[in-house]
Design a binder for this molecule. Structure first.
Ligand SMILES: [Zn+2]
Length: 342
């Protein structure tokens, strides 16, 4: 009887040992690293009509942004069907910039992808086209002499800027470069009628905004930068000119106001005829979306690896209070304060 008890205990021990080891081999079920992705087609048709965004020789930025975004939505549905997609600008109509950030935050997005098209100012040229004779006087009174001289006549003209290629932006610390792009991408926000009501006293060029941007930078920089790098890798693979990851020098508002990793893809130059044709073609739109979806897959694999290494899954799940953007910005600030107290 005693022996049977020992055997039973022994067997239990063996069993529990095995179940223990098998438990260890079998990690805790993985939490999905990417549940909701916000796709943000830049610009759109304004309330009072008219296109908002850059203009090419025959097409507009907002049209291309929407077409590429729609291709990206399709790719997500077929290739990553478990991920919930939210479109912040689903039709040709513009969505206010503060609303885009709100949509992203309300839906507890894990990733924010903005689709844009770049533009470069035309190049100015000058040449001497001939000379003309001008008369002038030297001396005073009786010594005054009439003289003449030849002066060049200049001809100036502009040609399309040859700049081309795709760039991916992430938000970053502020320097003075790249101001022009930021002004262009933020412009719709300043054109909104109720600018003050929606954004309060937040000025994208203010020190407060910079400070908040820095907090955001710290929280999401690594993830945004990695994804941006993956996107650029994919563009390079298909032979698009890889203009590399650009850290936003002056804040692009949507990138700063979303509480999640975010990237802004400038898919090419509408001011370059070859790229304008490419971005208006089905082939170009599908290829661009394909580069982004491949990069997202690489990003998921990287996040999963991070998750395995750290054992922590909650970091990306942070979602701020919904409602006004001001509340959200405050939430980030509070969170950072609490963190620094710990
Ligand atoms: Zn744009």
């Amino acid at each position: 009887m005693k022996r049977a008890l020992y055997l039973f205990l022994f067997a239990t021990m063996i069993l529990s040992f095995f179940s223990f080891t098998s438990n260890r081999k079998d990690p805790v079920p993985k939490q999905k690293v990417l549940r909701t992705v916000i796709i943000d087609a830049g610009h759109g048709i304004m309330e009072k009509g008219g296109h908002n965004g850059a203009k090419g020789s025959y097409s507009y930025e907002d049209e291309i942004c929407l077409a590429v975004s729609k291709e990206l939505v399709k790719k997500f549905a077929t290739e990553l069907p478990d991920i919930k997609i939210v479109e912040s600008r689903p039709t040709e109509k513009i969505t206010a910039i503060h609303r885009r950030a709100e949509i992203a935050n309300e839906n507890k997005g894990d990733l924010f992808i903005c689709i844009h098209v770049n533009a470069a100012v035309p190049q100015k040229h000058t040449e001497i086209s001939g000379y003309k004779t001008v008369t002038y006087y030297e001396g005073k009174g009786k010594n005054k002499k009439k003289k003449s001289k030849q002066v060049p006549i200049y001809r100036t003209w502009t040609t399309a800027n040859p700049a081309k290629g795709a760039e991916t932006y992430i938000c970053g610390a502020h320097k003075t470069e790249d101001k022009e792009l930021a002004i262009r991408e933020n412009a719709p926000m300043l054109q909104e009628d109720n600018y003050k009501a929606n954004y309060g006293d937040i000025n994208p060029n203010s020190p407060e905004f910079e400070a908040l941007s820095l907090l955001k930078t710290k929280q999401y920089f690594k993830r945004s930068a990695n994804l941006a790098g993956f996107v650029q890798d994919e563009f390079a693979k298909i032979g698009r000119i890889d203009r590399d990851v650009r850290q936003r020098q002056v804040g692009i508002w949507v990138l700063q106001a979303t509480a999640m990793p975010s990237i802004l893809v400038e898919t090419g130059y509408i001011t370059n005829r070859e790229e304008e044709d490419y971005l208006n073609s089905k082939k170009g739109q599908v290829e661009t979306a394909d580069c982004i979806i491949k990069a997202v897959k690489t990003y998921i694999a990287w996040l999963e690896k991070q998750q395995q290494n750290s054992g922590s899954t909650n970091e990306h799940a942070f979602s701020p209070a919904t409602g006004t953007v001001n509340n959200f910005l405050e939430a980030i600030e509070q969170r950072e304060k609490q963190r620094s107290k710990r």
